[in-house]
Design a protein around this ligand. Structure first.
Ligand SMILES: CC(C)(COP(=O)(O)OP(=O)(O)OC[C@H]1O[C@@H](n2cnc3c(N)ncnc32)[C@H](O)[C@@H]1OP(=O)(O)O)[C@@H](O)C(=O)NCCC(=O)NCCS
Length: 323
């Protein structure tokens, strides 16, 4: 009796710059659905930006092709001596025996390209759409370290009101003039912190300024929402001692892109108050959800978020390689 062999589609991995937005649009539409479903995130602004870069042929990366159609992609960007893997997505609905295999092939191509790029000494990746460990193999085989991170959500209807603070601390709204000081606060707050292993921008003032620039001026991580962003000020010295930055990732969803308090001002409930101010502002403006990501090992922050009513919706991985 003749065995019937199921034909595995012939998957090719090609340079992303061979393709245009017309080829990628259906894939990005599928990805928008997944971001919405898994993370309550409207990815359409980011998708449009990616497609513009693809048409300009300036986005390095790889596409997975089956019979002429793009059904998966991964891209990266160069930031000085560092490569950052921006995205990895393979559309479901294909009858592949092992879709994970395509993700691994895309990741392997990206890692090899970055590790062989002259001057690149560091590679970072945070893959929010992928369950922890799901795509870890090619990273670990190439010498990356892995850090589990949590994606957490708070129903704003259940958020707690801001607590009264010590009289010498004031909380006021973020202003554009806080930019430089905020970078110094971030650098100070993350000294020796696990998150500065994951994102080396936190280690220097210029890096923290670049981080702020990405958050506040570019729409990569939602749209910055200055109304829901605050700073904690020590009244007498008029210095900023903590801050919270929030972006809008869907018409009714806020995302905390940064919250930190200077080490010498911790345990005074400033962190809790900053979170509560953001939640109260969003709630008043009829937002329904607030999300954030946090490194699992950052126990102090995780405990604070649990206490404020956040729940863990996903666990994903951050990967780091230093050459
Ligand atoms: C996480 C961080 C912002 C918290 O700021 P904070 O001002 O120290 O936080 P709070 O004082 O509001 O809460 C933390 C402490 O107060 C206690 N606390 C706060 N609210 C409380 C409450 N309602 N009931 C009881 N205890 C409470 C907590 O148990 C915790 O206690 P500890 O200091 O003994 O560990 C701060 O530690 C920080 O900047 N860390 C570095 C940057 C960082 O990790 N940011 C988060 C990235 S996702």
């Amino acid at each position: 009796m003749a065995a019937v062999a199921l034909q595995e589609p012939r998957v090719e991995i090609l340079d992303l710059r061979h393709f245009s937005s017309v080829d990628l649009r259906p894939l990005l539409d599928a990805e928008i659905e997944v971001w919405s479903h898994l993370l309550s995130w409207d990815y359409s602004g980011s998708a449009d930006m990616i497609l513009r870069y693809i048409d300009a042929k300036i986005l390095p990366g790889y596409a997975a092709i089956d019979r002429g159609r793009v059904f998966g992609y991964a891209f990266f960007v160069y930031e000085g001596n560092k490569g950052v893997i921006g995205d990895l997505f393979v559309a479901n609905g294909r009858r592949l025996t092992n879709p994970n295999e395509v993700e691994s092939r895309l990741v392997t191509h990206v890692i090899e390209t970055l590790q062989q790029s002259p001057g690149i000494h560091r590679v970072e990746a945070q893959l929010l759409l992928h369950e922890a460990k799901a795509v870890a193999r090619p990273f670990l085989e190439q010498g990356f370290s892995r850090h589990a991170r949590l994606f957490m959500l708070q129903q704003l209807a259940n958020s707690v009101p801001p607590v009264p603070l010590q009289p010498e601390i004031d909380i006021r709204r973020w202003s554009e003039q806080d930019y430089q000081t905020a970078a110094a606060i971030i650098t100070n707050a993350y000294r020796g912190h696990v998150d500065s292993e994951i994102n080396d921008q936190y280690r220097t003032l210029s890096g923290s300024l670049r981080f702020l620039n990405n958050i506040v001026r570019f729409p990569g991580c939602g749209t910055f929402d200055p109304e829901a962003s605050f700073v904690a000020v020590h009244k007498r010295s008029r210095t900023i001692v903590g801050l919270i930055l929030c972006s809008r990732v869907r018409h009714d969803v806020g995302h905390v892109t940064q919250v930190c308090v200077l080490p010498e001002y911790r345990s005074l409930r400033i962190g809790e108050s900053l979170m509560a101010c953001t939640a109260a502002n969003l709630r008043q403006r009829k937002f329904s959800l607030l999300s954030l990501t946090v490194t699992e090992a950052n126990k102090r922050a995780v405990d604070l978020y649990f206490r404020l009513g956040f729940t863990t919706e996903r666990v994903f991985d951050a990967f780091v390689w230093e050459g």
